[in-house]
Each structure stands twice: as structure tokens, then as C-alpha cells.
Write a protein that binds this ligand. Structure first.
Ligand SMILES: Nc1ncnc2c1ncn2[C@@H]1O[C@H](COP(=O)(O)OP(=O)(O)OP(=O)(O)O)[C@@H](O)[C@H]1O
Ligand SMILES: [Mg+2]
Length: 367
């Protein structure tokens, strides 16, 4: 079935410019290169694809276009829950869309809120504290070194080698700078020294229970319906010491065209299985659908125990460069296949076409 698909995104070139905004303010928005590639991928399967900027103009544009479904990658512009704005509009207009919904996008944009949900489910995430002022008392059980980052940003915004702080004076100075710059609560976590791995996933869980009770090691890990992409590891050895073994904003923007990574990551089978199960569990408890990417650090000080840093329900789709795209490539999945796999997962979920079941189930589930 050929569909009429609206590709919804926020382009960096269309973003509002306000005096005094940080230089990296729109680093998480998309480019023409990504939109053109998504449109071409959808058209390669016979769909009709039209790009629309994800703002209030959609209220007029969507009733005119009458899409069967929207391919949504909008990051939003304003507010504490900006990624959920366009999905909220689409739900009010009763138009189906790909990827996660309003609640999930609002939750996962907020890293501390997400960490509270993970902690409730016993999923490992670094110990943390949120600061609204630079002079708040520090929790006694938070030990240095610590890692300081904005609560609600992406693309490594606010993340550099200086995010690692070793003393209270450094912490207070970094907090003051980040609060002034990003005007939002700042997340301070235990610094996890070690390797960094990210795991992409496409599909939807076909059974209602995706997590086992963490203490019950005998219980089955329910992951059916999810297709894991090969894990990607950042090759920190290829970067200067200034980046301090951290996946920084500079690496994700200025240096993105020469990203150093291993994919598939060299992980032993048991650790990979653990990471995949954790990915499925985080996907489930945060209510993700269709696609996501979970970022981990492996704690070198504790037998490379995996810690969940965050889940990205709208992972970057820049052709040839974004983590998810590289992961797909490592299992022989082309860019066109990746985009259409996300669309297919959404179509099945929305009951748009039975024929999609065949194409999705034919895809390989590589590790
Ligand atoms: N607690 C931590 N310990 C060690 N490194 C960390 C920690 N938190 C974040 N980092 C480093 O900072 C990077 C960016 O952090 P995080 O993934 O939370 O931010 P992001 O900007 O949302 O990323 P993305 O580009 O994936 O959206 C991580 O990839 C990791 O290298
Ligand atoms: Mg990340």
C-alpha cells in the first residue's frame, strides 16, 4: 500500500533566533540533508512524502495534505516538554504518527524524571542530584568525581571535558555557569569512568511484560517484537585528551563528519545480551514505541557494569553519520531500509496495513 506521508521535523535553518541564546541552542534540530534523505527513502518504496516544518503552521497544512501518517522527528522549540508538542497536536487532529507519543517524549526529554522511573523499576542508572541553584547542599552519598549536564537537552549540549568535576568548588562553578546558560535545572551524576556503548532498537514488544523483576534472575527476559541493531562503541582513544573520554558536543557537531567508533562493539555475548535486555526494559518502562536508542556507560571501576544514561526516542537520522544509521549499516540495513522499518513498525501498530507484517517479519534480527 502506498501511503501519503508527512515528514515532520524542525530544521535548524528555520529555528527562531532570539538574542542571548547559547550558540549551541539549536544543535539538536535537523538539516535539509536528513529531510531529503528521509523523503527519498519513503519515496523509494512508492510512498508520497512531503516535508512540513513542525510548528503551528501544521494546523492549516495538515488538513490540506491529509496524510495517512506522519513521520515525526520534531524536537520542538520551547518549553519543558518541547518534543511532545507536535505529537499532542497530531493526537488532537487524530492523525497517526511514527515513534513515541506525548507522555514518553515529555518524560524522556527530562533526564532526572526518566532516571526516577528507571530507579523505580530497579534499572541501573548513575546516582544523581538535581540542582536549581548553584549553592544547594550536596547529598552526602554523592561522591566525586561527578558529571554535570543540563536536564533537558540533547546532542551533548553543555557536555565537554569540563563536565567532569572533582571538587566542590569546581561543581559550584560549573553549576552556576550551566544554570545561567541553559536556564533549567542541572543534573549532577556520579561520573561513570569506562567504555560507552549505545544500542538502537526498532519494533514493538509483542507481549505486555518486557521486564523481569530485577532480583529474579531466573525469570524470562521478554524482548519479542524488538529488533536490536548492533551495539556501537565510541572510540575515545581516537580523540584528544581535551574530550576526557566523554561523547562531547564538539564530537557530535564540529567533528561529526569524522566520528570514531566500533560497530558492532567488541562485547562478549553475556554483556551484549544484558545490554539488549536493559534496552528492552528501558524502552518498555518509558513507554517507547517503534524506535529508540539507549545510551550506556560500562563502569570500569565495577567489572564493566552497565549504567543507563538516557533513552533517545527520536534518535538522530543523519545519513551516514548518526549512531542509529551507523548501527543499521553495520548489519547491512540501508538507510532506506532503516527509515521504512520505522514506518512499518508504526503502520503495524496503527493497523494501517496488514501487508507490512510481511516486510517487517522478513527483516533480520541481528545482534
Ligand atoms: N554520569 C556520566 N558518567 C560519565 N559520562 C557521562 C555521564 N553522563 C553523561 N556522560 C557523557 O556525556 C555524554 C552526553 O550525555 P547524555 O547522553 O546524557 O546527553 P545527550 O546530550 O542527551 O546525548 P544525545 O546526543 O545522545 O542526545 C554521554 O554520551 C557520555 O559520554
Ligand atoms: Mg546521549
Amino acid at each position: 500500500m502506498n501511503l501519503n506521508v508527512a515528514v515532520l521535523a524542525n530544521l535548524k535553518k528555520n529555528a527562531p533566533q532570539i538574542k542571548g541564546m547559547p550558540a549551541d541552542a539549536w544543535d539538536d534540530l535537523d538539516s535539509d540533508v536528513t529531510i531529503n534523505a528521509i523523503v527519498a527513502a519513503l519515496e523509494s518504496r512508492g510512498h508520497r512524502a512531503t516535508f512540513l516544518e513542525g510548528n503551528l503552521t501544521l494546523v492549516d497544512a495538515l488538513p490540506k495534505l491529509k496524510p495517512d501518517i506522519c513521520f515525526n522527528i520534531c524536537e520542538g522549540h520551547w518549553g519543558d516538554s518541547r518534543e511532545s508538542h507536535v505529537p499532542a497536536l497530531l493526537e488532537m487532529m487524530r492523525i497517526p504518527y511514527t515513534a513515541s507519543g506525548v507522555m514518553t517524549l515529555a518524560l524522556t526529554l527530562d533526564k532526572p524524571m526518566t532516571k526516577r522511573v528507571l530507579a523505580f523499576h530497579g534499572l541501573p542508572t548513575p546516582a544523581f542530584q538535581v540542582f536549581e541553584r548553584a549553592d544547594e547542599p550536596i547529598d552526602a552519598d554523592l561522591a566525586f568525581p561527578l558529571f554535570v549536564k543540563p536536564s533537558r537537552e540533547g546532542t551533548g549540549m553543555g557536555v565537554s571535558g569540563d563536565s567532569i568535576v572533582h571538587t566542590e568548588a569546581q561543581l559550584r562553578a560549573r553549576l552556576a555557569e550551566q544554570i545561567a546558560r541553559y536556564r533549567q535545572p542541572i543534573l549532577v551524576e556520579r561520573f561513570i569512568r569506562g567504555r560507552e556503548v549505545t544500542v538502537g532498537v526498532i519494533g514493538n514488544l509483542s507481549r505486555p511484560v518486557a521486564w523481569r523483576v530485577p532480583e529474579d534472575e531466573q525469570a524470562a527476559c521478554v524482548i519479542e517484537g524488538l529488533n536490536f541493531l548492533p551495539a556501537l562503541e565510541v572510540d575515545f582513544a581516537a580523540y584528544p585528551e581535551s574530550e576526557a573520554g566523554v561523547y562531547t558536543n564538539r564530537m557530535k557537531t564540529e567533528w561529526a563528519h569524522s566520528f570514531h567508533q566500533f560497530c558492532p562493539a567488541p562485547l562478549d555475548a553475556a554483556l551484549l545480551e544484558r545490554l539488549q535486555w536493559l534496552t528492552a526494559a528501558v524502552f518498555r518502562v518509558t513507554g517507547c514505541v517503534d524506535v529508540a536508542r539507549v545510551d550506556f556507560r560500562l563502569d570500569a571501576d565495577d567489572s564493566y557494569k552497565p549504567y543507563v544514561l538516557e533513552i533517545n526516542p527520536l534518535p538522530g537520522l543523519y545519513p551516514g553519520l548518526s549512531d542509529l544509521v551507523l548501527e543499521a549499516g553495520a548489519m547491512g540495513m540501508s538507510y532506506n531500509d532503516l527509515i521504512n522499518a520505522i514506518l512499518d513498525a508504526a503502520c503495524i501498530r496503527h493497523g494501517l496495513s496488514d501487508s507490512y507484517r510481511h516486510s517487517l517479519s522478513a527483516q533480520t534480527c541481528a545482534t
